[in-house]
Design a protein around this ligand. Structure first.
Ligand SMILES: Nc1ncnc2c1ncn2[C@@H]1O[C@H](COP(=O)(O)OP(=O)(O)O)[C@@H](O)[C@H]1O
Ligand SMILES: [Mg+2]
Length: 233
């Protein structure tokens, strides 16, 4: 079964009286455990597609499914719960809270999860700071960390909620190529050890090479059928 399914989705943005169609009839199925790159130039619709998969925005036409759940049928509260429990996000600009330490940034989204006890929360924060190699930097604030370290905090934050799916919108775009490669390797390692599905966007060929499946997007259209192929994707 697919962990993510996008079914004949189009997305229009309203620009005054005009509408601009950013996605045209996009269909995509993603199998569990994939390390999938959405590849395309700037303006091709990568962020729009990731925002729809991430339940941050809604399609104009078509449906998005996260596991068995059809996103469009959910109430805002149900959607917030689904986002918190099933999805983790990594952004191009890291999006850390500057006044919080690394460990507080990782802990922050867990504070809203009533089902996670205080002890469980602390254990997860310690564990994932360790996974990304930042235990020693737990009390540092973002401005005391390098770009690569900041992105690793963001990875720990995305993972701490134990999501089935991590969405990363150009996670290496603000990093030098060596640091970016390290961040990608870390994501790949977590993908392999924890079975977390990763969907990331990029226009960098070196980043695409690390994916086990690449879908190309241009002018809001996906190349190919978007179906999972059997065997090597
Ligand atoms: N909020 C918005 N309002 C109007 N147009 C938008 C908006 N967001 C994106 N677009 C347009 O949609 C297209 C796809 O944008 P985007 O998904 O951000 O592409 P990418 O992430 O591949 O650079 C672009 O032409 C962009 O200008
Ligand atoms: Mg983008």
């Amino acid at each position: 079964m697919s962990v993510v399914r996008v079914d004949h989705v189009s997305k229009d943005y309203r620009l005054g009286r005009q509408t601009f169609r950013a996605l045209h009839d996009v269909s995509l199925a993603v199998a569990k455990g994939r390390f999938l790159a959405i590849a395309g130039p700037s303006g091709s619709g990568k962020s729009t597609l990731l925002n729809l998969i991430g339940c941050i925005d809604t399609p104009t036409e078509g449906q998005v499914y996260i596991g068995k759940e059809e996103v469009g049928r959910k109430t805002p509260d149900e959607l917030a719960d689904l986002r918190a429990s099933a999805l983790g996000f990594i952004f191009q600009t890291f999006n850390l809270l500057p006044v919080l330490s690394a460990r507080e940034n990782v802990e922050y989204p867990l504070l809203h999860r009533k089902e996670i006890s205080r002890k469980e929360r602390r254990d997860r924060v310690d564990h994932y700071l360790g996974v990304v190699g930042l235990s020693r930097y737990a009390h540092h604030r973002p401005n005391e960390l390098s770009g690569g370290q900041r992105q690793r905090v963001a990875i720990a934050r995305a993972l701490a909620g134990s999501p089935a799916i991590v969405l990363a919108d150009e996670p290496t775009a603000n990093l030098d190529s060596k640091t970016g490669e390290g961040v990608l390797r870390l994501m790949k390692k977590i993908n392999e050890s924890e079975g977390t599905t990763f969907i990331f966007s990029t226009h960098d060929f070196r980043v695409m090479e690390m994916a086990d499946r690449v879908v190309n997007i241009s002018d809001g259209r996906l190349a190919g059928t978007g179906k999972e192929e059997t065997g090597h994707g």
